[in-house]
Design a protein around this ligand. Structure first.
Ligand code: R5P
Length: 321
């Protein structure tokens, strides 16, 4: 590294908050890339001239979401442009600057705070796309490693052709809940969130249980009644994501029905679709999320979790921070 230069975190239009938090945690520089939309909605990206040398001098982390769909294209375009810069392919029609430079080595890490399509992780009927795998494999052709933040079901990406780190903000979420809510009880709203939620309960040192959920459709959820020892207690429901809020509202109803006096909802990914926050606030006393997606309940930094993932893949690639 040149004297005084810092390693670089870059971002496009959809994950600037988490990129800033990661850069702050690592003590690296954060360079936002130029992103625009053409009138027909197609995207345009460009690496600013002042960022080009920084991208060539050290490993780089691109923080970008594959959500909404435009995020997939933007992520691919940014990775492609970063690879061209690192491989010294700078030819341009206006002949601005050097046209070619020597290649620099491996070191493009893609960190995805919210991996869109993560929920289609299996082929439920013949002929379906395993969307999570399809998108990850496409992105893996343009980077040297990936960091996935609180991925819904990591198993689908366990055989990727490049190193992948699965990282989680549950330690930071537990600290936040302990400091602000100090819950007596943590509830996982379904079996899928047991591991995440129980790690939070363990860190806080409080009781834990889970519900059995059956999803009838996107808006209809049935929770199997279960006796929970929550009478007079403050409970936090912990999930990986909140979309419509239906899962949390039904779980909160079950908790209130069994005497919980305070109920909070906490997640990594606050999608909050279609008025979800207003709906949630009819059932819970507080909603807590990270900023993996821009949302009004972003109170937990995802920087430390992303940094753990970046260090893990750098170590696997033999790169020194
Ligand atoms: C499902 O398995 C996920 O972990 C979440 O529980 C679910 O996606 C939340 O969706 P919603 O807020 O629409 O109920």
């Amino acid at each position: 590294m040149h004297q005084g230069e810092k390693m670089v975190v870059v971002s496009g239009s959809n994950a600037g908050t988490m990129a800033g938090q990661l850069a702050e945690t690592l003590g690296w520089a954060h360079h936002p890339l130029e992103t625009r939309r053409f009138p027909d909605t197609e995207g345009y990206i460009r690496i600013p001239s002042e960022t080009i040398e920084a991208l060539r001098s050290e490993p780089v982390v691109l923080v970008s979401n594959t959500f909404p769909d435009s995020g997939i294209v933007e992520t691919l375009l940014m990775l492609d442009a970063i690879q061209d810069v690192r491989n010294g392919r700078l030819q341009n029609l206006r002949e601005i600057g050097p046209q070619t430079l020597p290649e620099v080595g491996k070191g493009v890490i893609l960190a995805i705070p919210y991996f869109g399509y993560s929920r289609q992780d299996k082929r439920f009927k013949p002929g379906e796309s395993i969307s999570a795998r399809a998108i990850a494999e496409m992105l893996a052709t343009r980077c040297d490693a990936m960091v996935l933040f609180d991925l819904h079901a990591p198993a689908v990406l366990e055989a990727m052709p490049i190193p992948v780190a699965f990282t989680s903000a549950m330690p930071e979420l537990a600290n936040h809940l302990k400091e602000t809510v100090d819950p007596d009880f943590i509830l996982s709203p379904d079996k899928g969130a047991i591991e995440r939620a129980s790690s939070v309960a363990h860190q806080i040192g409080c009781e834990f249980s889970y519900l059995e959920k059956t999803r009838i459709d996107a808006h209809t959820i049935v929770h199997k009644a279960k006796n929970l020892d929550v009478s007079g207690k403050s409970v936090a429901i912990v999930d990986d994501m909140i979309a419509t809020g239906g899962t949390i509202c039904r779980a909160a109803e079950a908790l209130r029905g069994q005497g919980a006096i305070e109920v909070h909802a906490a997640c990594s990914h606050g999608l909050f679709t279609g008025g979800a926050i207003a709906r949630l606030l009819r059932y819970v006393d507080g909603v807590h999320a990270t900023g993996s997606l821009p949302n009004a309940r972003d109170v937990i930094s995802g920087g430390p979790a992303l940094a753990r993932g970046v260090y893990e893949v750098m170590d696997t690639l033999g790169l020194k921070p």
